[in-house]
Design a protein around this ligand. Structure first.
Ligand code: NAP
Ligand code: MG
Length: 500
């Protein structure tokens, strides 16, 4: 265990961080069975700011037993939907009441600018619980007229029931730690499931605090269990567990495939929200000032650590130089620094590993012949800082165009016409999101249909709302988060047929 350096920790968080964070199992805060903890880092200083319990398969076992009990015989399943709804709403209220602290925790642990943590992560997380609280009382089946050909004259009353899938394992990433927990927990709670949640090892803190708020709201013991720890141990145990009925995962496509394999043992249901390499398209008839600012924001928001980041920038050929110059100018002027500095527009990457990954892509892109018109390197200072980067002369054979970088690096490419654009935009194994900037409304509608992506933003980017479904085509995932579409991931349909 390293020494905790509290120099970067705001005073308000010091007491929370002064002791190792525990696992939340069956309503109790407990150390890992192994007694092990792992260090938690501040990405802006590379210093240890706390410890979290290192849960593994033995702890997952206890958490699953608690979730099983709460689902099979516990108070959650016997509560009315309206009682559940009020508790879920209360979690949203408590997030809002503790918004400052949660935003600070997120900035400290993940690195993102504090204003972003508060306005986006925390506010959207509160919204998600409230939106899903509303759905808890509106889950209903239907009555279905049946005409059974081999029972002439038979009379039946048939209907469907929507029932919770059961115990769900939820494995989430580090880019929006609190919000990803909210996206996962909200629909699971609304449908009446119980949960074992594993936050990412890089960012366990806000999930632990959320667990405290869930307890404060009065959600019964065992309904939500939180296991901090590593993917290869705790995460893998969740994915493979035969008493877990469904697993919901957000993270890399590579690990998503491992989850699918592990889930095959008991054929648990699987939903996946995976990577992306999303095209962001600027036409020469767009409002260029807005489009240029939007293209910069699409890639530099959250340090580019966004699964739907606009990382392939396609610009119509006549305005290519102008748009690349405009985005580069914004990149060169972005204030990069600690998320706690109110001037900061872009914080550090989440971890040393992520910094090395992004650096590797920058080197590969430049070696392949791309040219940096902004950035192109890491910052020579403590913390995991990288320059906002624009690479032109990019082409589709390069790894910077084909692979998800998950950093503030955009590859710019020209296109001539719609047909060429659609073929280039869809030339990816991913299909998470796309942006289109044009004043031509018919073209916008046509392209929205032609692009293979789960979300298409027109004259905007990175617009998220609890009511809007989000998820991937192709290898970007299975199922949808948010909106009523997310409920389907946690429900199963039972047909009941009565002979009259
Ligand atoms: P990752 O390994 O896919 O991590 C996501 C989650 O899966 C974490 O909670 C992780 O736990 C867990 N995990 C890892 N291995 C597992 C396994 N074998 N079984 C079950 N769970 C497992 O992602 P990463 O390594 O943090 O980042 C690598 C790349 O993934 C990024 O550069 C980016 O391209 C992509 N990514 C995408 C998203 C997204 O929103 N779609 C988010 C994050 C990363 P630990 O963190 O504790 O190991
Ligand atoms: Mg951290």
């Amino acid at each position: 265990m390293s020494t905790i350096t509290t120099s970067s920790v705001p005073e308000s968080l010091q007491s929370f961080l002064s002791s190792p964070k525990k696992l939340f199992i069956d309503g109790d805060w407990v150390a890992a069975r192994s007694g092990k903890c792992f260090d938690v880092f501040d990405p802006s200083t590379d210093q240890v700011i706390g410890q979290a319990a290192e849960g593994d398969a033995a702890d997952v076992e206890l958490a699953v037993a608690a979730a099983r009990k709460a689902f099979d015989s516990g108070p959650w399943s016997s509560m009315t939907a309206s009682q559940r709804s009020r508790l879920i709403w209360k979690v949203g209220d408590l997030i809002e009441q503790n918004a400052d602290e949660l935003a600070q925790l997120e900035t400290l642990d993940n690195g993102k600018p504090l204003a972003v943590a508060k306005a986006a992560d925390v506010a959207l997380a509160a919204d998600m619980f409230r939106y899903m609280a509303g759905w808890a009382t509106k889950i209903e089946g239907s009555t279905i007229p049946v005409n059974v050909p081999y029972v002439p004259g038979g009379e039946f009353h048939a209907f469907t029931l929507k029932e919770p899938v059961g115990v769900v394992g939820q494995i989430i990433p580090w880019n929006f730690p609190l919000l990803m927990a909210a996206w996962k927990l909200g629909p699971a709670l609304a449908t009446g499931c119980t949960i074992v949640l594993k936050p990412a090892e890089q960012t366990p803190l806000s999930a632990v605090r959320l667990g405290e708020l869930i307890q404060e709201a009065g959600v019964p013991d065992g309904v939500v269990n939180i296991i901090t720890g590593f993917g290869e141990t705790a995460g893998a145990a969740i994915a493979a567990h035969d008493q877990i009925d469904k697993v919901a995962f957000t993270g890399s496509t590579e690990v998503g495939k491992l989850i699918v394999k592990a889930a095959a043992g008991n054929l648990k249901k699987v939903t996946l929200e995976l990577g992306g390499k999303s095209p962001n398209v600027v036409y020469d008839d767009a409002d260029l000032d807005t489009a240029i600012a939007g293209a910069a924001d699409a890639i530099f928001f959250n340090q580019g650590q966004v699964c739907s980041a606009g990382s392939r920038l396609f610009v119509q050929q006549g305005i290519y130089d102008e748009v690349v110059a405009g985005v580069s100018e914004i990149a060169n002027n972005l204030k990069v620094g600690s998320g706690f500095d109110s001037e900061t527009q872009m914080g550090p990457l989440v971890s040393r590993e992520q910094l090395e990954r992004v650096r590797g892509y920058l080197k590969a892109g430049l070696a392949d012949g791309a040219e940096a018109t902004a950035g192109g390197a890491a910052l020579d200072q403590p913390g995991y800082f990288v320059q906002p980067t624009v690479l032109k002369n990019a082409s589709k054979s390069m790894s910077i165009v084909r692979e998800e970088i998950f950093g503030p690096v955009v590859a710019a490419m020209p296109f001539a016409n719609d047909a060429e654009l659609v073929s280039q935009a869809n030339d990816s194994s991913y299909g998470l999101a796309a942006g289109i900037w044009t004043r031509d409304i018919s073209k916008a509608h046509r392209l929205a249909k032609s692009v293979k992506a789960g979300t298409v933003w027109i004259n905007c980017y990175s617009i998220f709302d609890a009511a809007l479904p989000f998820g991937g085509y192709k290898q970007s995932g299975w199922g949808r988060e948010m909106g009523h579409a997310a409920l389907e991931n946690y429900l199963q349909t039972k047909s009941v047929c009565i002979s009259l």
